[in-house]
Design a protein around this ligand. Structure first.
Ligand code: TXA
Ligand code: MG
Length: 343
């Protein structure tokens, strides 16, 4: 298949929208990461997304809409919490999980009776959804398991020849995927952390917000038993996407956690040691409190280091007491397969 390379100009968006409307697949930029879009109400189109990504088909997709009022097509009930979230955070990098209407195909939701919905704020994404005239199901536009794509060239590296078209826009502003917030149970629960943090959601809702226990568990296992490593199969997360090995670079990866100066020293020591033994080593060490920058750069750094062909990536852990730091650490630990040392 020849993948059409499109721009964000109106005529190209129109071409992309027609492809979506007739059941095709189009990668497009959002503010978080690039998405691989298909008509969310077309089971065959959604099946083709799983196929192109090589993704297990029980992993549900996020349905993207261009007007908040379109959520009524997808869910039968708008609680005060849902309304407050929409008013405070849409458009933007926050996905909500709500009860689904029967018209949303099982394929789209991985057989769940809930649906994940978000209204992105990136203009090309909104234009595409509007023009297509249908809600667009879109997972991140990478091959399943590899780092999420934050630049058009990352999408091309993974999916060229496997999808109908790609809208080549700007690099993504946020750099990690949206926060996923479950609003189907009594207590609002974060299933996937992102740059919209628990604290800001609590402020908007005026009530406590939980983290899915598997998120905290993942972080704690690592701290309790750093040497052992933790199999993802040990967790039973509510968000099915969290159970797969994710974001993995081709290189081996080790996270070094601890007090800042000691982390720097240990990374340097391991770098020298490994290079002496003939390994090419890449280092990811963000400024201490630059959480937003870390979110922005993390996936593109992984991909650049893979492109350079490094054998080993050494990464400095960020503080996870900050909400955004926690979100980046969630990705970093997964990329490293929970391979972590404390110093
Ligand atoms: O920022 C984003 O959210 C990007 C862009 C393209 O919008 N999309 C994205 O999609 O990250 P994906 O498919 O890579 O991740 C969707 C996450 C998965 O962890 C999935 O399990 C979860 O959302 N999810 C989707 N529907 C769900 C549902 N009904 N209940 C619980 N979790 C759900
Ligand atoms: Mg993904």
């Amino acid at each position: 298949m020849n993948t059409l390379k499109l721009t964000t100009e109106a005529k190209d968006i129109e071409t992309a929208a027609q492809i979506i409307a007739r059941g095709g697949l189009v990668a497009f930029p959002t503010e978080t990461v690039y998405g691989l879009g298909a008509n969310a109400l077309d089971e065959q189109a959604v099946a083709a997304v799983y196929e192109a990504k090589g993704r297990p088909s029980d992993n549900p997709m996020i349905v993207h809409i261009a007007r908040a009022s379109d959520i009524g097509q997808l869910t039968p009930m708008l609680s005060p919490d849902i309304v407050a979230i929409i008013e405070n955070f849409w458009p933007g990098p926050l996905t909500i999980v709500v009860k689904k209407k029967p018209s949303v195909p099982d394929r789209t939701t991985g057989g769940l009776d809930t649906v994940a919905v978000r209204m992105p704020d990136a203009k090309p994404a909104l234009d595409l959804i509007n023009r297509a005239g249908v809600p667009i199901a879109a997972p991140s536009a990478n091959l399943s398991g590899s780092p999420s794509p934050t630049r058009a060239k990352d999408v091309i590296a993974d999916l060229d020849g496997r999808i109908d078209a790609i809208i080549q826009g700007e690099d993504c502003r946020v750099g990690i995927e949206s926060t996923v917030l479950d609003l189907t149970s009594k207590e609002p629960t974060i299933l996937r952390p992102g740059i919209i943090t628990a604290e800001s959601i609590e402020a908007a809702l005026g009530k406590p917000v939980k983290y899915d226990p598997s998120l905290k568990e993942a972080a704690q296992h690592v701290q309790l038993d750093p040497a052992a490593g933790v199999a993802e199969a040990d967790f039973q997360p509510k968000s099915p996407g969290m159970k797969y090995r994710h974001y993995a670079p081709k290189a081996d990866m080790l996270v070094v956690e601890g007090q800042r100066d000691r982390v720097k020293e240990e990374i340097e020591r391991l770098r020298v040691l490994n290079e002496r033994l003939g390994n090419q080593v890449g280092v990811i060490l963000f400024e201490e409190k630059a959480f937003i920058e870390a979110a922005h750069d993390f996936f593109s750094r992984l991909r650049d280091l893979d492109r350079e062909g490094v054998d080993l990536i050494l990464a400095g852990a960020l503080s996870d007491t900050d909400g955004v730091g926690f979100a980046v650490m969630n990705r970093m630990l997964k990329s490293a397969g929970y391979n972590i040392v404390r110093v």
